[in-house]
Design a protein around this ligand. Structure first.
Ligand code: GDP
Length: 491
């Protein structure tokens, strides 16, 4: 910042303390807002880059959503283990139109649609239990409109039932209770209702608004009622979305399939079609194929529909938000911007970590000095016994990448092996770098730069390893490999 503002570092630090910023050092990390305030003191007119022009963002919600077309509700099934979540999902999956059209065979893509005789449809998330719901929520994805809480009639309310209730409440998602296994002789429906009520569930029978449907996943009894109840609740909730404009959704799951990188996207707004450009996290796709849960190619996916999408550059993570981009350039700019932000965040974590270590080192030295002055016969010991270190020399195209690469590799390892950066700088690998690496048994990291042939030969002759990458996390992966090679066997 001092450089940009054309100030000498020492004067700059002085000015900062006069402005009331205490304890500033050359290593202090400023937020964008603080840096902007400081710049104004020097007569600059800063703008804080919040990525608005480069990143992709969801469009604002319309002020009156009641005029939008309605979409299918998205339902998650939760409940205690063995209470019948999987059985209910299996029953529902078999009742889906897609399954009936294709001889009852569906592929697991993470969600499926059930079409009702009334013409309405319901989307069920196909992963029962809390884990999927929580993973999505942790990433800020409130994809679920309704939770179906399954309680076995012969077992009543159990710890995971209470957990599920807690999660649904925290997410402000309404529930419908399905009291399952009513075909069993020891089914005690009234007992379950009383127990639920004791746990604060305001069920309909007792004057509340939570619907309770007795069902059997085994015989199918009550299952149509359950579906009808879901539709009724979704009408009350009035779930709607635009089916035009730039599409938005969430990645439900992703994996490499025999036919390519596939990710199931649950569309929340807009309609996805073949050829559309979409961005998810730090990857993008030009949609090559859209497939439904029967593995059949579909031409479009409107709001509330799950589709398996092919055409990804890299596999996106489950829980990642999907946003449509108007064209390939915008998609690439957004992905680059997100990568840059992630790298920057990593490098500031690195600097903070360095500062912490420095402070710890100083404190340890001070303590050692004190101990030595008190007891001059203190044995000298190695600083950190038992730790093997792997040295690295980092070379990258520009200073920013040097910092980012160092930031992501310093401190990797565990209590047995650790990485340290011996030396770093912007520019091509030189002969001196190779020599130094040879002497100090360092590995050279070459980031986003060509390697001259004679350097390559020199390194090979000297037995110096060069990791050559253009993507930070590839560097990280290989550094981790280097470190684990240093670990003693069987650990
Ligand atoms: P989950 O752990 O909640 O997914 O429970 P499952 O669906 O795996 O069911 C646990 C056990 O209960 C299985 O043996 C099912 O066959 C059985 N089960 C599930 N639903 C019913 C039902 O409605 N009636 C009866 N009698 N058994 C059921």
């Amino acid at each position: 910042l001092a450089q940009t503002l054309q100030q000498l570092p020492a004067n700059f630090l002085n000015d900062l303390s006069e402005m009331g910023f205490e304890d500033m050092t050359v290593d202090t990390i400023l937020t964008g807002e603080t840096a902007a305030l400081i710049s104004m003191e020097y007569g600059f007119e800063p703008t804080v880059d919040d990525g608005a022009t480069r990143d992709l963002r969801p469009r604002p919600t319309p002020s009156d959503p009641s005029t939008l077309p309605s979409r299918p509700p998205i339902v998650t099934i939760m409940g205690h283990v063995d209470h019948g979540k999987t059985t209910l999902l299996d029953w529902l999956r078999k009742s889906s139109v897609v399954a009936q059209e294709h001889g009852g065979i569906t592929q697991h893509i993470g969600a499926f649609i059930v079409n009702m005789p009334s013409g309405k449809s319901i989307t069920f998330l196909d992963t029962p239990g809390h884990a999927a719901f929580l993973t999505m929520r942790q990433r800020g994805a409130n994809v679920t409109d309704i939770v179906v809480l399954v309680v076995a009639a012969d077992d009543s309310v159990k710890p995971q039932t209470v957990e599920a209730l807690k999660h649904a409440r925290a997410a402000k998602v309404p529930i419908i209770v399905a009291i399952n296994k009513i075909d069993k002789e020891d089914a005690r429906v009234e007992q379950v209702k009383a127990d639920l009520s004791r746990h604060g569930v305001e069920i309909e029978d007792f004057g509340g608004d939570v619907q309770v449907v007795p069902v059997s996943g085994k015989t199918g009894q009550g299952m149509e009622d359950l579906e009808e109840n879901i539709v009724t609740l979704s009408e009350i909730l009035d779930v709607r979305a635009e089916n035009d404009g730039m599409a938005e959704g969430w990645v439900l799951e992703s994996s490499i399939k025999p036919y390519g990188r596939a990710a199931t996207v649950l569309v929340k707004r807009g309609t996805l079609r073949q050829g559309d450009m979409i961005v998810a996290g730090r990857t993008w796709a030009r949609i090559r194929w859209l497939r439904n849960e029967a593995g059949v190619e579909v031409s479009e996916a409107p709001p509330g529909t799950p589709v398996e999408i092919l055409g990804w550059r890299e596999l996106p993570d489950a829980g990642e938000q999907v946003l449509q981009a108007p064209d390939e350039d915008r998609a690439k700019v957004a992905v680059d911007y997100r990568q840059e932000m992630a790298d920057r965040q990593q490098s500031s974590i690195y600097i903070a970590e360095q500062q912490r270590r420095q402070r710890e080192k100083e404190a340890a030295e001070a303590a050692a000095e004190l101990a030595a002055s008190e007891d001059s016969e203190l044995d000298s010991k190695p600083a950190q016994p038992g730790i093997t270190t792997q040295n690295f020399i980092v070379k990258a195209d520009v200073a920013g990448s040097v910092e980012a690469v160092c930031g992501s590799i310093v401190g990797l390892g565990n209590h047995e092996v650790q990485s340290t950066v011996l030396q770093s700088g912007a520019g091509l690998i030189t002969e001196t770098d190779v020599e130094r690496a040879g002497i100090s048994k360092a590995v050279i990291v070459n980031f986003n730069l060509p390697i001259q042939p004679h350097i390559q030969q020199l390194a090979e002759a000297a037995g110096v390893k060069i990791l050559d990458h253009r993507v930070i996390y590839h560097v990280v992966d290989e550094v981790k490999d280097c470190l684990s090679n240093l670990l003693p066997p069987n650990i």
